[in-house]
Design a binder for this molecule. Structure first.
Ligand SMILES: C[S@@+](CC[C@H](N)C(=O)[O-])C[C@H]1O[C@@H](n2cnc3c(N)ncnc32)[C@H](O)[C@@H]1O
Length: 365
């Protein structure tokens, strides 16, 4: 079984393939009757639960050692054989898993990403997306559009981060999902941006620290500090003792609305700014700026909403932000303005083969 990360195609090729796919899909939508196009798009919502179901059932892990006949697979994962065949028929029709001539199922390059031990694993992300908590929130999208407010306070009596801090089953699901999504972006980030040139990197809201672990393992960067809320980093020091980076990696607890560790050469905010409104994000950025040396660098890692009107992952995640947070996805102009208000100059925007960009900024003196 392959244990190396899938090779990344060059960025221009990825972009060209994406444009070709979008053009074909747009042509198809225009040629079929409108109601058919609409129905087809809505039906993919079922697929969005079929994929998490495969993750919940552990199908990809059960196929990790090789192909299995349906009855054997059903027994291994504790499922009804007929129902499993029906789920697999849909998934196979979308090239998620392969059905062999002898009727057995096997992994392909797409379903590899559903394995828990794959180098790029999205299993935990899909467990979160398929959870009752996440699905319930999405049923309130219309409310969020009416009010412009996240749905957590009305549905759970708490904001997203208050709720996940209090209910650690959901909090763990979310933290694991974030670690899972990091496996998707780490290779593209390291290929596109030289993190190794910094002495000390501070990852603010760094969750379980997987980004810094990967950076420190694969670059010359000297030291890393993971900073997050106390309940998130509670057991992280013990975990870090196992990862073999010694005192190159440490943990600090706190809130980035109050104070962050000083002395870093680069401060990373990955998928943080998009969680917050402009006013809140400005407060975070000002706190970071106050802790920064004049020559330190700020690295905001986020999706940047492009100018074109074609589909883009940022347009989906933006609605996720609307439902669950006070935040939003932003364009390059939005980021430039926000950073300027907090006392930073946006110096560079580096695209990667993942949806994320690295927005590099420096404090204005
Ligand atoms: C969307 S996750 C991103 C995690 C990680 N940076 C990544 O990219 O995988 C947001 C993170 O911000 C953290 N967070 C939320 N409020 C915080 C606060 N006030 N201070 C520090 N961290 C906070 C959460 O615990 C969570 O780990």
């Amino acid at each position: 079984m392959a244990s190396e990360s899938p090779k990344l195609p060059p960025l221009p090729l990825l972009r060209a393939l994406g444009m070709f796919r979008d053009a074909l899909a747009a042509l198809h939508r225009r040629l079929v009757p409108g109601h058919i196009a609409l129905l087809e798009m809505q039906m993919t919502g079922f697929l969005a639960q079929a994929i998490p179901a495969a993750a919940q059932l552990g199908i990809a892990d059960a196929l990790a050692e090789g192909p299995r006949q349906p009855e054997d697979l059903a027994r291994a994962i504790g499922a009804d054989e007929d129902a499993l065949r029906r789920l697999m028929r849909l998934l196979v029709s979308f090239d998620i898993f392969r059905e062999r001539r002898d009727g057995s199922y096997e992994l392909n390059s797409i379903s590899q990403a559903l394995r828990s031990e794959a180098p790029v694993t999205l299993r935990d992300l899909f467990l979160f997306f398929g959870s009752g908590y996440h699905r319930t929130h999405w049923t309130h999208l219309a409310d969020a559009v009416r009010t412009g407010q996240p749905v957590g306070p009305a549905v759970d009596g708490a904001s997203f981060f208050e709720y996940t801090a209090e209910h650690r089953d959901i909090g763990d699901l979310f933290d694991n999902a974030m670690t899972s999504i990091s496996t998707l972006s780490v290779d593209p980030l390291l290929a596109a941006y030289d993190f190794g040139r910094f002495g000390t990197l501070v990852d603010l809201g760094g969750g379980q620290g997987s980004l810094l672990v990967d950076i420190l393992r694969r670059t010359e960067a000297a030291r890393g500090i993971v900073f997050d809320l106390p309940e998130v980093v509670k057991e992280l020091s013990a975990h870090f003792e196992q990862v073999g980076l010694g005192d190159r990696l440490s943990v600090e607890a706190g809130s980035f609305f109050e104070a962050v560790p000083g002395g870093g050469d680069a401060y990373i905010l990955k998928h943080i700014v998009h969680d917050w409104s402009d006013a809140e994000a400005e407060r975070i950025l000002r706190t970071v700026r106050a802790a920064m040396k004049p020559d330190a660098t700020l690295l905001v890692i986020e999706i940047v909403i492009p100018k074109h009107g074609r589909p883009h992952p940022g347009k989906f995640i933006d609605l996720e932000m609307l439902i669950n947070t006070t935040g939003r996805e932003r364009s390059e102009t939005d980021f430039g303005n926000l950073l300027a208000r907090a006392g930073f100059a946006l110096t560079r925007v580096v695209s990667t083969a993942a949806p994320d960009c690295v927005l590099e900024a420096r404090p204005i003196r």
